[in-house]
Design a binder for this molecule. Structure first.
Ligand code: HEM
Length: 214
């Protein structure tokens, strides 16, 4: 299989996998098949899907560096945007159903429940990342684009903190995310990179590879 076809197949697989939870939730909502507490199901599924996609998007650069297969970078933007899409749906569901579209209730919830504070912080960090995912923003921001987009790690960490704080007893799954994030973060720490001999000469900056990927 040539490179173009491989990337296309991966993109199709990504779209199918990323849209599947949304399609399931929308059809379940309208057919009434989301169980006894559909709002809870919508909240949990959108939150979980956002965190999974965000984590996978953070794995793209390490995979590229480890495998040397540069076209994989083309998956990073759609992964990040799908993560933002589900985080936005998660936010809208919480605002509409838990806070009945009332900004006062919303503010109280952010102030009173620390897991909501962390979730909101994660979401706020994701907004400028999604807003600057265009070619135009990449060209305009140049090196600053790469710096800004390190915010994806901050969003990931806040998302995991949010998850730790909301689960009551069983912290196994938050730990899985925390460990994966720690590995991904360690991979990108400058100290670790210099131990591995630094960035390979042929390797591009985040902004350069993003510009070519889109
Ligand atoms: C916009 C701000 C956010 C608010 C207000 C919020 C609120 C909530 C609420 C109310 C729940 C359900 C808690 C429960 O039923 O016990 C939840 C679950 C969850 N949220 Fe958020 N969240 C936000 C942002 C995020 C973001 C940005 C992510 C991911 C990056 C995320 C990931 C999760 C996860 C993984 C769960 C648990 C899913 C599960 O247990 O299956 N949330 N969130």
């Amino acid at each position: 299989m040539n490179q173009k076809r491989a990337v296309l197949s991966l993109k199709v697989a990504l779209w199918v996998c990323a849209l599947a939870p949304g399609a399931y939730l929308v059809s379940g909502f309208f057919t009434g098949s989301l169980g006894v507490n559909p709002v809870e199901k919508l909240t949990l599924w959108t939150g979980m899907t956002a965190l999974i996609l965000l984590t996978v998007s953070l794995a793209v650069t390490p995979v590229r560096r480890l495998t040397g297969w540069n076209p994989v970078i083309r998956l990073r933007r759609p992964l990040g945007l799908f993560a933002f899409f589900y985080a936005s749906a998660h936010f809208v569901i919480w605002f509409a159903f838990y806070n009945v579209l009332d900004f006062g209730y919303m503010w109280d919830d952010i102030m009173e429940r620390r897991f909501v504070t962390a979730g909101m912080a994660a979401f706020i960090v994701m907004v400028p990342l999604a807003a600057t995912s265009t070619q135009w923003a990449i060209r305009k921001l140049k090196k600053r684009w790469g710096i800004l987009h390190r915010g994806a790690y901050v969003a990931g960490i806040l998302g995991v903190v949010h998850y730790f704080w909301l689960v009551k007893a069983d912290t196994r799954l938050p730990w899985v995310f925390a460990l994966i994030l720690a590995v991904l973060l360690a991979f990108r720490l400058p100290a670790l990179r210099s131990k591995r001999g630094g960035r390979p000469r042929a390797s591009k900056s985040d902004a350069e590879s993003a510009a070519q990927a889109n």
